[in-house]
Design a protein. Structure first.
Length: 673
C-alpha cells in the first residue's frame, strides 16, 4: 500500500484493482491469525480440561471435598470450581463436601466411571409376598383397631367384649399403650384380634401405626360429645390407609345422647355413612350397659367375611409388627408382636429394626405360654437383645449369624443417612467460618488505620439467644416414650424451647443421671414407680426427677417449666400527674446553683418515694426518683391533689415549665406458652 502511494499516478481503474488485491490479502492474513488464535485457545482449554480419551474407573468415597475430587480425577481446581458454579453451587471453596450423586455427575462429565467406597449393599431382609392363588393361603382372624377421641369409651367397649376390667387399670381413665389381644366373640364364636389404640393427641403416630396394620377400624364417637379433634385425626388416618371402617356411636344410654347429630357431623367430615345412603355402617351402642354390642360384633364378622382375609401360615418366613415393647424386671427386653404371616415357634430368630430376638418364650395376652402363634395373633416375645421400637417390622432370619449381618447392614445404612443429613450443615458451618474469618481480616485491616467498621444495626450482638430447657425422657414402654418426645420437643417459642437429650425405656441409669447433672437437665419418668436407690442417686447429684402417669399432665408440666423462663410483661400504671409551673434557681455553697421545679399536683398524689417519669409533649425525657419534696419550707413525703410544692430530682435538672411529672407503679404480668 505504501509503495502504491509513492508510485506515479496511473489510471484510476488500475489503482482500484490494486487496492482491492491489497485489501483481500490483508483480510486473509487477519482470518489466518484469528483461526490460529482460536485453535491455540481450544488447545489451552483442552489442556485445562484434561479429559481422558478413554473412560477410566476411579474409586471415590461416598462423600468427598472438592480438593479430594480434584486430586482423584487429576483435573484443574479452577476449571472444576467454574463447573460447579455453573451447576448452581455458590460460595464454594476447596473443603466444600460433595455427595455421591453430585460426584457421579461431575465424574461422568470428565469421562470417569465412578465406583464408590462402599458400593456393596450388604445383607438385608425383605417381606415375602405370597402368591394370591397359593394352596397354602388360609382364612385368618380380622385385625380390628378401636380408634377415637379421648374418653369416648373405646376401652369400655373392649371390656364388654372380653369381659375384663381394663378401664380401672388405666391412669387418668385413658389408655396409655396399644393393647393387642385376641378374643372369641361371644355370639359368633369367631376369633377377632383387637388393637386398643390410645385416643390422646400425643399418640398420633401410634394411632397411625394402628390404622396401617389393621383390616377394620371401629371408630368410636361419644353420642354426648360428637366429633372431636382426635376423631378427625383418626378419620384422616383411616382415609390414608384405605381400611374399612365401622362407626360405633357410644354412650347412647346417656340422657343427653344425640346420635343423629353424630351421624350428621360424621357425614360433614367425609365419612360415607349408611344413614345418608353410603357404605359405612353406624351402630348405636353402650359399652357400659351392652346396648347393641351383639350388633357391633355381627357387623365386624360380616365385614371380615366380605373382605375375605387370608394369610399363609406355613412354608413362609414369619412376619409381623412390633406393637409395643418394654423392659421387664428379671426378664429384660420384651415386645408385643402381631404376627402377619407364618407360624412362630420358640427358637425362631426375628429381626426388628436394629435388634434381633432368638425367641425363648411366647406368651398370649393373658400371660399363658404357648408353643405356636399364627397369623393375626398378638404375642409377647422374650429373648430380644435390645428393646425394639414400637412400629418396627418383624422379619424372620435363618439364624443368628444372618440376623447379625442384617443388623450391621442396617446400622451402616443409617450411619450413611445421618452423614448425608449432616453434610449440608457442615458445609454451611464452614462457609460461615470462612465469611467470619474474612470479616475479621477486614476489621483487622481497618484497625491498623484507627478505623472501625460502621454497622447499620448493632442489635444482633445484644439479642438474647434462645434458652434451651433440657430433658431426659424415660417411660415404661417405647410407644409412650416416642409419644412423649413427639409431644414436648416442639414446645416453646423464639425465647425458650424444649430439648430432649435422651429418651428410652426403663428406669434412669447411673449414666443418664450423670448426664442430667452435667447438662442441668430434668428427668421425666412416665408410668413407672422409681426405685428408692435411683431417686437417692438423683438427689445426691441435684437432678430433678418428675413423675407422671397421665401424658397430658406431663405435657402441661413441661409447658409450665418453659413458661417460667419467659420474660414477664412489665405494665406501667400512672398513679398521679403533676404539672411543672415555674423554675427556681437557688445559689448554694461555692456558688452552686440548684434548680427547683415549682409544681402543682393535677391528679392523685405526688409521693417522694414513688417511681416517677417526666413527660414533655407526651414523650418521656426522664425516668428516676425525687430527691427532695417540699411544701413551703417543710420537707414532706407526699403532696395531695390541688396543692403546690417544690421538687428536686436525683441527678437531673433539665426540666422546664410545661413538663408533667407522672408517678407510676410497675405491674409484673407473667407470660405463658
Amino acid at each position: 500500500m505504501f509503495n502504491l502511494l509513492k508510485a506515479p499516478l496511473r489510471s484510476s481503474s488500475r489503482c482500484i484493482s490494486q487496492l482491492r488485491a491489497t485489501s483481500k490479502s490483508s483480510i486473509l492474513i487477519n482470518q489466518r491469525f484469528l483461526s490460529t488464535s482460536i485453535i491455540l485457545q481450544a488447545k489451552r482449554d483442552r489442556r485445562s480440561y484434561r479429559r481422558p480419551l478413554k473412560r477410566r474407573r476411579i474409586n471415590i468415597p461416598d462423600f468427598a471435598t472438592v480438593s479430594q475430587l480434584v486430586n482423584l480425577m487429576g483435573v484443574s481446581y479452577d476449571h472444576l470450581a467454574r463447573r460447579l458454579e455453573e451447576m448452581g453451587f455458590e460460595d464454594m471453596n476447596h473443603n466444600f463436601i460433595l455427595d455421591a450423586e453430585t460426584i457421579g455427575l461431575i465424574a461422568d462429565e470428565y469421562g470417569f466411571d465412578v465406583k464408590f467406597g462402599e458400593d456393596e449393599q450388604g445383607e438385608d431382609l425383605v417381606p415375602v409376598i405370597p402368591e394370591e392363588n397359593s394352596k397354602f393361603l388360609k382364612q385368618r382372624p380380622p385385625i380390628v383397631a378401636i380408634m377415637g377421641h379421648v374418653d369416648h369409651g373405646k376401652t369400655t367397649i373392649l371390656d364388654y367384649l372380653r369381659k375384663s376390667s381394663i378401664v380401672s387399670q388405666e391412669h387418668g381413665g385413658i389408655t396409655q399403650h396399644i393393647g393387642a389381644f385376641s378374643v372369641k366373640a361371644p355370639i359368633s364364636k369367631k376369633v377377632i384380634t383387637f388393637l386398643d389404640t390410645p385416643g390422646h393427641a400425643a399418640f398420633l403416630k401410634m394411632r397411625e401405626r394402628g390404622a396401617t396394620v389393621t383390616d377394620i377400624v371401629v371408630l368410636v364417637v361419644a353420642a354426648d360429645d360428637s366429633v372431636m379433634p382426635q376423631t378427625k385425626e383418626a378419620i384422616k388416618h383411616i382415609k390414608k390407609s384405605g381400611v374399612s371402617v365401622i362407626v360405633a356411636i357410644n354412650k347412647c344410654d346417656k340422657e343427653n345422647a344425640n346420635p343423629e347429630k353424630v351421624i350428621a357431623d360424621l357425614a360433614a367430615n367425609d365419612i360415607d355413612v349408611e344413614d345418608y345412603g353410603g357404605d359405612t355402617q353406624t351402630v348405636k351402642v353402650s359399652g357400659l350397659t351392652g346396648l347393641n354390642m351383639d350388633t357391633l360384633e355381627e357387623s365386624i364378622v360380616t365385614l371380615s367375611e366380605i373382605l375375605d382375609l387370608k394369610a399363609q401360615p406355613t412354608n413362609i418366613p414369619v412376619e409381623g409388627w412390633v406393637i409395643e415393647s418394654e423392659v421387664k424386671k428379671g426378664m429384660g427386653p420384651i415386645a408385643t408382636v402381631l404376627i402377619r404371616q407364618g407360624t412362630l415357634k420358640p427358637g425362631n430368630v426375628l429381626v426388628a429394626g436394629n435388634t434381633y430376638c432368638k425367641v425363648r418364650s411366647i406368651k398370649d395376652e393373658g400371660g399363658k405360654v404357648i408353643k405356636l402363634a399364627g397369623p393375626s395373633t398378638p404375642v409377647e416375645l422374650w429373648g430380644w437383645k435390645e428393646v425394639p421400637e414400637a412400629g418396627d417390622e418383624v422379619l424372620q432370619a435363618k439364624d443368628e449369624s444372618q440376623a447379625k449381618k442384617v443388623i450391621e447392614t442396617r446400622i451402616n445404612r443409617l450411619s450413611k443417612q445421618k452423614t448425608a443429613q449432616s453434610v449440608d450443615v457442615i458445609n454451611k458451618l464452614r462457609l460461615e467460618h470462612k465469611k467470619e474469618a474474612e470479616r475479621q481480616d477486614q476489621l483487622d485491616e481497618l484497625r491498623k488505620y484507627g478505623l472501625e467498621e460502621e454497622t447499620e444495626d448493632s442489635e444482633t450482638d445484644t439479642v438474647d439467644k434462645i434458652k434451651e430447657i433440657k430433658f431426659i425422657v424415660k417411660a415404661d414402654v417405647s410407644g409412650s416414650t416416642e409419644a412423649i418426645v413427639e409431644s414436648i420437643e416442639n414446645l416453646g417459642n423464639d425465647e425458650v424451647k424444649c430439648s430432649v437429650l435422651l429418651s428410652g425405656v426403663g428406669f434412669p441409669t447411673d449414666t443418664e443421671i450423670d448426664r442430667a447433672s452435667i447438662a442441668n437437665a430434668i428427668i421425666l419418668c412416665f408410668n413407672m414407680k422409681i426405685p428408692k436407690d435411683v431417686d437417692n442417686k438423683a438427689i445426691k447429684k441435684n437432678v430433678e426427677v418428675r413423675h407422671h402417669n397421665v401424658i397430658y399432665h406431663l405435657i402441661e408440666d413441661v409447658t409450665k417449666i418453659l413458661s417460667k423462663e419467659l420474660k414477664p410483661i412489665i405494665e406501667l400504671n400512672v398513679l398521679s400527674e403533676t404539672d411543672i409551673k415555674e423554675i427556681f434557681e437557688i445559689k448554694g455553697k461555692k456558688k452552686k446553683i440548684t434548680r427547683i421545679a415549682g409544681c402543682k399536683v393535677r391528679s392523685g398524689k405526688l409521693e417522694r418515694s414513688g417511681l416517677i417519669k417526666v413527660m414533655r409533649d407526651e414523650e418521656e425525657i426522664f425516668r428516676g426518683r425525687i430527691s427532695t419534696l417540699k411544701h413551703a419550707k417543710d420537707d414532706v413525703k407526699e403532696i395531695a391533689k390541688g396543692r403546690e410544692c417544690g421538687v428536686e430530682f436525683e441527678n437531673w435538672d433539665k426540666f422546664q415549665a410545661g413538663d408533667v411529672i407522672q408517678v407510676y407503679e410497675e405491674k409484673v404480668i407473667p407470660r405463658f406458652l
